[in-house]
Design a protein around this ligand. Sequence first.
Ligand code: NAP
Length: 243
Amino acid sequence: MPSVLITGASRGIGRATALAFAKAGWWVAANYNNSMEEALSLVEEIKAMGGTAIAIKCDVSDHDACASMVKQAKDAFGHIDAMINNAGISCDMLFTDTTPEDWRRTFAINTDGAYNCCHAVLGDMIARKKGAIVNVSSIWGVTGGSCEVAYSASKAALIGLTKALAKEMGPSNIRVNCVAPGVISTDMNRNLSPADLQALSDETPLCRIGTPEEIAETILFLASEMSSFITGAVLGVNGGLLI
Ligand code: NAP
């Protein structure tokens, strides 16, 4: 069976992604950091569906911990076919209020986290000449978001990582792609008021915000053989908010 390691799988987009891969028959290693109960209930849900899943605690900003997480997933499944770098945090504030600690923490999780996991997983993928990496960026990494400078910059860096790594890994038959979601209904947006959400829906040609499942299906597509000739892509999934 193909196997996948998904960071930030305890909640939101990562959780929906774990369920989508499990439904498609993949073995799932679901990473979490703080939300242990949610991660364990996800594993139970997948097992109840007849699937295979394990939960692995790891703070993706910790390089050595990511190496250990990848080893745990490989020990459980034998190999990792797809690495999904989804874990992320927002940083909503005026740029002039952003402290060096805010800036570093945002990059440590959103950008270094993907570096750490790619670094840990690629040795085996190169040896097997097989693998797919999907990074979860953001529409704001493409356009820039006001009052989200650190977040936007960290997500733009993921796009650069995706493109460069796709060029370097292509000859090893490893594809590296990126999803850039628009506004999606998860905890990350719970600070938005109903009026803010309505305004964002009104700006979106499809007249609504997106669901975690819609991002999950795109990630599954980019990790699967359905997208076997796609690499270095930044796929916007935003209901037309950016055209
Ligand atoms: P969410 O509901 O807040 O979930 C965030 C996930 O990231 C949680 O599972 C959390 O795990 C994990 N995480 C945070 N820090 C971590 C760390 N240091 N190590 C490991 N895991 C960590 O957010 P979401 O909306 O699903 O976001 C998922 C990804 O999509 C993020 O990269 C986000 O930037 C991106 N995105 C979201 C939207 C949106 O509108 N929601 C739009 C564009 C892009 P624990 O709870 O276990 O700590």
